[in-house]
Design a binder for this molecule. Sequence first.
Ligand SMILES: C[S@@+](CC[C@H](N)C(=O)[O-])C[C@H]1O[C@@H](n2cnc3c(N)ncnc32)[C@H](O)[C@@H]1O
Length: 332
Amino acid sequence: MTTPVWDPHQYLRHSGHRSRPIEDLIARVPELPNEDAPRIADLGCGPGGPSVALATRWPAGHITGYDNSPAMLHEARAYAGRTSAGGSLDFSHGDLATWRPAPGERFDLLFSNAALHWVLPAAGQGRVLPAEGKGRVTSAEGKGRVLPAEGEGRVSPVEEHTDASDAAAEGRAPGFEALFPAWIDALPPGGVLAFQVPGNFTSPSHTLLLELRNSSRWRDRLGSESRSLSVLDPVGYMAELAPLGCEVDAWESTYAHLLHGENPVLDWVEGTALRPVLTLLADDPAAQEEFVAEYGELLREAYPPLNGDVSQGTVFPFRRIFVVATKDGAAS
Ligand SMILES: C[S@@+](CC[C@H](N)C(=O)[O-])C[C@H]1O[C@@H](n2cnc3c(N)ncnc32)[C@H](O)[C@@H]1O
């Protein structure tokens, strides 16, 4: 998968809508082992929004945001410092594919919002693919085809006959769930892993992007993705985390984001899903513009204004998957 160059300012253009799932996820995190002043990692902190929200719930907490984007970290560092309740916020460069708590460091909460689906652990790390029957929603990148909507919640046709050796042979990496064993192992009893990832890889915003990337006009220029962005459904994450000794609360929500502006879904994805393409075409602004214009037209058709009236806004339905896993063994 292309490592995208992030633009925090573009990303923050929809910060109101993007903060909803952060609040909904934090609301479900139970009391932590060191509730008064917990140690918290915000994994893939971006421009710092989740870290600030975590500091609002745990004002005396010690929160470190980790990210591998210099631009995002630069933005986040505006929030670094002590809190009035004696807590602290700081930000650090880290690649989640290899991130672990330092020896002797104990986190009460590992938190991640809208970041883990970008992370592909190194090949050979942890488990490779979900056991049969667990749902995987995938963008099928590199397969040159798009999964039907009914592929959601089940093992997709793409994955059906796949095992670890197939994945290795195809050069695909395990999903980020391969990171769970080490992360859960590092938590104290009662410690929590809480994350949210998009579950919208079969939505037009993503399928149209993939089709355009794979069209004859762009395929050679952009190359095919050799690894797939994919997420499990809530039951899939339960099945991964329960055997690691966790009590798992998992659910999904579809937000009907009402966006305003001329082509607001394009404006949204320019901060996220389109980043890899913009990065690949960064040295050719004319090609960038051409791709964005083509994709923008497709999005305009797929997401018409509410009631055909642009003044009422445009609905962007966005499915998200939430998981709160509490490690067993908390003192009661
Ligand atoms: C969509 S943004 C979400 C930012 C933030 N969590 C939020 O909710 O506002 C995804 C973030 O994940 C970060 N990210 C992606 N892959 C990463 C990796 N391997 N290691 C660290 N951060 C990563 C990106 O740099 C980006 O800041």
